[in-house]
Design a protein around this ligand. Sequence first.
Ligand code: ZN
Length: 426
Amino acid sequence: MLKVILFVLVGCVTMAAAWLLAGIPGHVVASIGAYTVETSTPIAILMLVALLVVVLILLRIVRGILAVPRAGAGWRRRHRLALGERTVTRVLIALAAGEPAIARKEARRGRHLLGDSPQTLLLVAEAARLSGREDEAEEAFRALTKQKDASFLGLRGLLRQAVDRRDWPEALIIAKQAEAAHPGTAWLRQQRAELALQTENWAEALELIGPDSRRSTYYIAAAAVEADPSRALAFAKQAWRQDPAFAPAVLAYASRLRAAGHEKRAQSCIADAWKRVPHPDLAAFALALEPDKLARARAGKRLVAGNPTHPESRLLLARVALDAGLTGEARHQLETAEKEGLKQQRLCLLLAEIEEQEYGDTEAGRLAQRDALRRAATAEPDPHWQCTTCRTDHAMWHPKCDVCGGIGTIQWSSAVRTSGLSVVTV
Ligand SMILES: [Zn+2]
């Protein structure tokens, strides 16, 4: 309805204009050289309007012809972009499907079509890594680091490569550059913590690492390498607080207390730990400053007073009694431990020592010793420090296994030894 009204209105206006135009009086004469054109004024106006329309149409045609090459370039660019985007999609699918050859081929095609954009460089690098072409991936990651807004992506890739080949110095340099490019990321913090552990920078690891069941281990290790005695004592105290029953943590703290002149406090920590979980290393520390054998026997009794029936307590009392020549007491402790279920090699070896001390080099003594040693050969293995990852035996506890590199993996274990029989000493 609106269109009809509009059409009628336009028709009326056109007719009115034509009527007005036709009513204009006079005529127009134009002379060009020998030619003269004469016509009425309305016709002359119509011809002028027609000429203007023709000129406008010609101008549009000329502009269209001039724009053809530019339009062609635009079309080619759009076509290239569309092809590139489809290629990027194919790379992503190949990467997700674990198809390295296709991913690498399509990624390189995408880079050719789209140029060195952050997306194409990242895809080239990831496809190269999937194909095992680390050098090609490194080239793409390095190109990424030169892109102002995407340098973190390149550094992240280079850091992963350095960590994979265990090049810790290089990884540390890249981690610092990545921190400068994009500070405060959780991923980078985790990577830096792992690097600090691998390079045995325990203090930095403690600052970077979050909740971790191995914190006690890190504190012990930090205390061991700290040159400042007061800082070393603080680290050792933290280790002890984290796990007051873990012998290496207790010993780390007690040894620094002793070095600082707090012997009473050191002995108190050891006695407290013995109540919780007795360990031969605790006894060795507690009795280390006591040279007299009878005094050591008395000190042993004091140490085990809070946990006297534990097999470790009976073995310690037997050891110090035997050293003091109290073979009756030593034998009593061992026989009681055996009745209570202890069947380890060290018990049999101590019995052999008692036989030797009591009977000397006699036929009866030799027979009794041989019997005790035979029993030791088939007895249960003694507890010892062993790496829970690679099963390597260690003479003493370390924060890091020097065979497999595991941190906090060395534990007090009753598993079968890989390094033969042990001897009970205090
Ligand atoms: Zn190991």
